[in-house]
Design a protein around this ligand. Structure first.
Ligand code: ATR
Length: 271
């Protein structure tokens, strides 16, 4: 039997993960099977244990189960512990190891695919929900000059500053604080794009040659990316590359082989 992997979520039929991992397996010559598993909303642990009993070696976890996966893990990596969310489970020696590859996926997309070095840069991270929390540690590990975090509800940004201040130069600022400040990299980690809107930010937050990055992706440019473009930003990216890079990191954790991500990103963009 082939080694079994899966992505577990609810809903799950829209997930690109089976397609991405099949491309990785084909490209690297790894023999494995990767499927999509729909877990009932009240039965995530049962779905995981059932999959382990059927020979599952690892699983990706998507909405709305990342927090439950964090609780289910018997061991956590530091980045998963900081994120308080798990998107990658490995089943090994009667242990359930929880990791979070979202943040390193973002960092690899920015530094390798978009060739923007984050060291010594001024980064603005907009949003203070789960998506934001998941990327802060890997961003700080790039040693930016500063990581500023802002959010519509300021208290949540402040809480993240407190949680992460021992890891690097992180500040929480309210949205009305940016009248005369600009940033080299501006990352939208809010879910506003899902409502086809964007956070209330001034045009001056984009420095000359800034990168505007939306962690969401859609067929059309997101409202945030349209705003950035209208503000004069030329370097724009949505989160398709991050999606593929977080998958590649999971694949590496399970198989100890790094797939080439660029052809997979190009293929997904063309589809
Ligand atoms: P996720 O797991 O995707 O981060 P979440 O934890 O619900 O989801 O967080 C959503 C984030 O998007 C929050 O930072 C939220 O701001 P609030 O904390 O003020 O709610 C932000 N957000 C959602 N819609 C927004 C909008 N229209 N404008 C600005 N921020 C928005």
């Amino acid at each position: 039997m082939l080694d079994q992997y899966a992505v577990i979520g609810n809903p799950i039929s829209h997930s690109q993960s089976p397609h991405i991992h099949a491309l990785f397996a084909q490209q690297t010559g790894q023999s494995l099977q990767y499927s999509a598993l729909l877990a009932p909303l009240d039965s995530f642990p049962i779905t995981v244990f059932d999959f382990i009993n059927k020979g599952g070696r690892g699983a990706n976890v998507t909405l709305p189960f990342k927090l439950q996966a964090h609780q289910l893990a018997t061991r956590l990596t530091e980045r998963a512990s900081c994120a308080q969310a798990v998107n990658t489970l490995t089943f090994e020696n009667n242990e359930i190891i929880g990791d979070n590859t979202d943040g390193i996926g973002l960092v690899h997309d920015i530094t390798r695919n978009l060739t923007v070095n984050l060291a010594s840069k001024r980064i603005l991270l907009i949003g203070a929900g789960g998506a934001s929390r998941g990327v802060i540690l890997p961003l700080l590990q790039q040693k930016p000059l500063s990581l500023t975090i802002t959010n519509r509800t300021f208290d949540k940004a402040e809480a993240l500053q407190q949680q992460f201040q021992s890891y690097g130069n992180i500040h929480a600022r309210s949205l009305d604080h940016f009248i005369d400040q600009s940033f080299d990299v501006v990352i939208n980690a809010t879910s506003a794009s899902l409502q086809n809107t964007f956070p209330d930010i001034p045009v001056n937050i984009f420095a000359v040659d800034a990168l505007a990055y939306d962690m969401m992706y859609s067929k059309e440019p997101t409202a945030f990316l349209k705003f950035a473009q209208q503000s004069g930003v030329n370097h724009l990216s949505d989160g398709i590359g991050m999606l593929v890079e977080q998958a590649a990191e999971s694949f590496y954790i399970w198989r100890n082989v790094r797939p080439e991500t660029k052809p997979v990103i190009a293929l997904l963009k063309s589809q």
